[in-house]
Every structure is written in C-alpha cells, then in structure tokens.
Write a protein that binds this ligand. Structure first.
Ligand SMILES: Cc1cc2nc3c(=O)[nH]c(=O)nc-3n(C[C@H](O)[C@H](O)[C@H](O)COP(=O)(O)O)c2cc1C
Length: 250
C-alpha cells in the first residue's frame, strides 16, 4: 500500500529552495509550524518512505552558504525529552532532510510539542519508519553528508556505542560511523550514570560529536526560543553551516 501526500511531486522536479536571511523570520508558525491539513492528507503509503513536498519554501531564516543546499542530512528523533530541538533543527537545516522518528519519539512529540508526529514530517523531504531497515540510509552506498540524532536517548546512545543496529536510526548511525561521516548525538539525560558516560566517551573517541542538549547563557537569552535556538545553533556549528540562531561570543 502506498501513501502519497497531496500535491506530491517527484524529488527531481522540486521547486528551487528559497531561504530567507533574517533571524527567525518565518518559522514561528502554528504548533507544528505551518504544516497545513492538506499537506498531511495521505492516500497510500510506500513502506520504504516517501518524498515530502511541503518543506522547501518555508524553512527560511538562515544565511546559508550555497554549498549547503546540495547537502543531504539524516535527522533522527528518539524517545528522549527535547523534541523541540529536533523540530527546530528540521526548520533551520538547509539542503535535503531525511527524517526518522523512533516509536517512543512519536509518543513523546504530542506531549511536548502539542502536535501529531505526522505534522513534523512536513518539515522533511523524505520520511522513513524506524523499523524500515530496507530504507536507503541503511546502506553505506547511499550518500548522506551527516546525521544528527536530536534528541538522543540514553538507550539509542547505548546501542550506537555498542554496535547494535536493529532499528533504522541505529543502523544509519552505524553507517555514518563506518563511512566516516559526521554524526552528532544531542543527548538528553540527566544525571548520567557511569554507563552513559562510558558510552559517550567511547563514541567521542571514535569521532562522534556528543552535543548535550545543554544551553549556554552567555548570549543572554530572553525567551525559551532563544535557548532552543542556542542548542539548534550548536548543531549547525558542528555541521559547518552558517546561521543566525544565537549571538556568538566575542
Ligand atoms: C515521556 C518520556 C520521556 C523520556 N525522556 C527521556 C530522556 O530525556 N532521556 C532518555 O535517555 N530517555 C528518556 N525516556 C526513555 C526512553 O524513551 C526509552 O529508553 C526508550 O527505550 C528509548 O527508545 P528510542 O531511543 O528507540 O527512542 C523517556 C521516556 C518517556 C516515556
């Protein structure tokens, strides 16, 4: 059975992306940020994922280096608190975005974001089920530039650190590591047991960026959005992308 979004189009025929230049210009829309009802009307589902037509004209707000628009990012959301960071990154990342949400993440999203997980799918170009190990990102031969797990649970962290790849998220992370691609884990857990710390250390020693969902305050945040943007901005920094999400020191 195939699910096709209304107004779907072939990926190769996508309208050119338009990115705004002002900070936080147009992304503050409704609960899940401008994903209209007809955008999420589905008619059938392709088990191996689908192309999402609704993301490109609305991501805006960044001054993005030209090269970034040709990049492909995997954004994985797992069952830790902090779904808001995943949503913000989906809103701000340039290029092509492939979204995977774990089953627990899908349960947490309504609690924390007040919207259905399907509504976040409107911010990505393609979406895959976490059980779909046949998805393209399962293979090292499929090119993606970087993967960000945001938020990353201690459980997913532990699997990735120990080579377990029984879900699409953990498999794609294993692919990123074996193919020497950038992997960023936005871990959200506190306090941390020695097991979690050891897993983090093991991954850090293997080139994985452990980026705690841990905002700084030296940029004088005034709102919750400022704090969220700081964490999203630090992720963008790791990917080498220009942004206006927070004011840098100095
Ligand atoms: C409401 C809720 C909040 C949770 N928050 C966290 C958290 O912040 N950090 C964490 O490591 N696990 C958290 N968990 C536990 C994980 O969801 C659980 O370990 C799960 O197996 C993770 O699976 P996943 O990584 O495949 O999504 C939370 C669970 C629930 C139900």
């Amino acid at each position: 059975m195939r699910i096709v979004y209304k107004h779907c189009y072939k990926q190769s025929n996508k309208t050119p992306r338009t990115f705004g230049t002002g900070p936080r210009a147009t992304c503050r829309r409704n609960a899940c940020h401008g994903v209209s009802e007809d955008t999420i009307t589905v008619m059938g589902r392709n088990h191996s994922g689908y192309i999402n037509p609704s993301s490109s004209p609305h991501q805006s707000l960044l001054t993005i280096a030209d090269h970034a628009s040709g990049m492909r990012f995997v954004v994985a959301m797992t069952g830790a608190s902090g779904a808001v960071y995943g949503r913000r990154l989906l809103e701000t990342l340039p290029g092509e975005k492939i979204l995977v949400m774990s089953e627990v993440a899908k349960s947490i999203i309504p609690t924390e974001l007040g919207c259905r997980p399907e509504e976040l799918e409107g911010l990505a170009d393609a979406v895959y089920d976490d059980r779909d190990l046949f998805a393209p990102i399962s293979s090292g031969s499929y090119r993606f530039d970087a993967m960000i797990v945001v938020p990353c649970s201690a459980s997913s962290l532990g699997k990735i650190a120990n080579g377990l790849a029984d879900t699409l998220i953990t498999r794609a992370a294993a692919v990123a590591m074996k193919e020497s691609r950038k992997l960023v884990l936005v871990v959200r857990e506190t306090p941390k047991s020695a097991v979690v710390l050891e897993n983090e250390l093991r991954l850090a020693r293997n080139g994985v960026c452990i980026l705690d969902a841990n905002p700084g305050y030296y940029h004088n945040p005034k709102t919750l959005d400022d704090i969220i943007d700081f964490v999203a901005g630090r992720c963008m920094d790791q990917l080498g992308l220009e942004h206006d999400l927070y004011k840098r020191w100095g």
